[in-house]
Ligand binder design. Structure first.
Ligand SMILES: Cc1cc2nc3c(=O)[nH]c(=O)nc-3n(C[C@H](O)[C@H](O)[C@H](O)COP(=O)(O)OP(=O)(O)OC[C@H]3O[C@@H](n4cnc5c(N)ncnc54)[C@H](O)[C@@H]3O)c2cc1C
Length: 453
């Protein structure tokens, strides 16, 4: 990580604050000259963009904003970036190419060949596409370091708690307050990358005083790090509803025989018990659970929640853009969210830079953001219909579907999919009424090129 540097200007640096581009304020009340500079005046730090949260979405938003020449502050509630890890830690090669990410070796735990889907009767089918399992906390720290190197100021232990509009009829910025010595911060644009907390959707109210977005539905994800786990370099995804209702279980291999073994399920209260039962009843029962390297003590289980209601209705407002999980961007079937978080951050930074250079921070100007992500991200409604149709199937029907897929699902073109559909309907005509075709297509949409991972 970048070293903490002393803050210039009118206030002392917080011990956890890392300021790369110190404000060069000649005296109080003056705006700084030049881009990429912060200003402190009357005890308020002024910037072009405040990014809330230093996960993949926030780190990349700050990096792209700083590269676009915007004075950028990124705050993170925790004292350290990336921990506790709440991710299975995989990202595809296609995602890295799409994002121009040149991953340093230190953040890569293992190179992997794709996803193997294991149906309830243990039928196995592969979706081969290269990718990585990361040391996710190191990955997030690396992105934040890049942002700091590009000129962003990083404030750890800073939690956004309130936002007030500045300006009269014309919106001029957000006065943001919260926990941490760096507040108050006056930002022309706030990028909410606070993950599932979606803090700005709660703080910003619509004209009828309702929150900007209602709280969406979430699923629980939980995993253990295990050791000496056998692998051939594929991510194993088990669609086994008996343990993971409306979800799935995984074995995601890492270096030195380590692996994340976990699940997501809509049955949140039973998540840990179901994962323990899965481990107990499978070959994993002979393996040891260990604390992950970033965790010194406590329960070895770790995880979090994942939004599953799809993109929020309002992903922008006056001076506000929502990215990543804070905007509801996760892939519906296997709930990957890093690729979408990182890419939405690129769109948000691009939109923010254009709006600021034109001096128009209005919602209307920022609506371009929705056009950008809407034109690029996969059709959420279609995939969610497919996911629902899949989970309407019995275990037996799911397995039959699995058996009708070719061994390599990644190669199925239109005719391949049609063949699978015909084969299935010939064997079990009743499946037509269960919307088997959308269920099949949901697998296709879980591929990297559709932001599945
Ligand atoms: C168990 C599990 C496994 C997963 N596996 C994968 C996987 O293998 N691949 C994949 O692509 N995705 C996976 N996901 C989803 C993925 O982790 C998320 O989609 C991704 O992290 C979203 O990134 P983000 O930057 O939007 O949010 P986050 O990574 O959640 O980052 C948000 C940050 O904001 C901070 N924050 C929150 N509120 C505030 C506040 N008020 N002020 C300041 N900071 C704040 C938080 O501390 C956090 O650091 C998984 C999720 C879970 C729970």
């Amino acid at each position: 990580m970048a070293k903490a540097a002393p803050s210039h200007g009118t206030r002392e640096a917080h011990p956890n604050e890392k300021v790369r581009s110190p404000p060069t304020v000649a005296n109080r009340g003056f705006l700084c000259e030049g881009r990429n500079r912060l200003c402190v005046a009357e005890g308020v730090t002024t910037c072009d963009v405040l990014v809330v949260g230093a996960g993949p979405g926030g780190g990349n938003a700050a990096l792209q904003c700083a590269r676009n020449g915007l004075s950028t502050i990124i705050i993170e509630d925790h004292q350290e970036i990336g921990t506790p890890v709440h991710c299975g830690e995989c990202i595809s090669e296609i995602a890295c190419q799409n994002l121009n990410l040149d991953l340093p070796e230190k953040v890569i735990s293992k190179r992997v060949h794709g996803i193997r889907v294991i149906f309830p009767d243990e039928t196995e089918k592969c979706l081969t596409e290269e990718g990585y399992v990361l040391e996710k906390h190191l990955f997030e720290q690396w992105i934040a370091e890049e942002a700091v190197s590009a000129g962003a100021s990083l404030h750890l232990g800073h939690k956004l708690q309130s936002m007030e509009r500045e300006g009269g009829s014309e919106f001029e910025g957000w006065l943001c307050k919260g926990k941490g010595d760096g507040f108050p911060i006056l930002a022309k644009i706030v990028i909410d990358a606070s993950g599932v907390a979606a803090i700005c959707s709660k703080l910003v109210r619509l004209e009828d005083d309702e929150p900007l977005n209602p709280q969406g539905k979430v699923v629980a994800g939980m995993q253990y790090e295990m050791t000496e786990v056998p692998t051939d370099g594929y991510l194993d995804f088990y669609i086994w509803p008996k343990y993971a209702e409306k979800g799935y279980l995984w074995m995601i291999p890492k270096c030195d025989g380590r692996a994340n073994v976990g699940l997501v399920t809509e049955d949140r209260p039973r998540a840990k018990k179901a994962l323990d039962e899965f481990i107990e009843n499978t070959h994993f029962n002979e393996l040891s659970q260990v604390l992950p390297p970033w965790k010194e003590k406590g329960n070895p289980a770790f995880g979090g929640t994942i939004p599953i209601s799809g993109p929020f209705e309002n992903t922008y407002s006056d001076g506000l853009l929502l990215v990543g999980d804070a905007a509801g961007f996760t892939s519906p079937l296997f709930e990957g969210g890093s690729h979408l978080a990182l890419k939405s951050a690129v769109f948000a930074a691009e939109t923010a830079a254009a709006a600021i250079s034109e001096g128009d921070l209005s919602a209307e100007r920022l609506s371009e953001y929705q056009k950008l992500w809407g034109g690029e991200f996969p059709p959420y409604d279609k995939i969610i219909r497919g996911k629902n149709a899949l989970f309407d199937l019995t275990d037996d029907e799911m397995s039959l579907m699995g058996r009708c897929f070719p061994d390599e699902m990644g190669d199925m073109g239109f005719s391949g999919k049609a063949m699978v559909g015909i084969r299935l309907l010939l064997r079990r005509p009743g499946l037509y009424s269960k919307r088997i075709v959308p269920a099949m297509l949901a697998f296709g949409y879980s591929r990297a090129k559709y932001y599945g991972w």
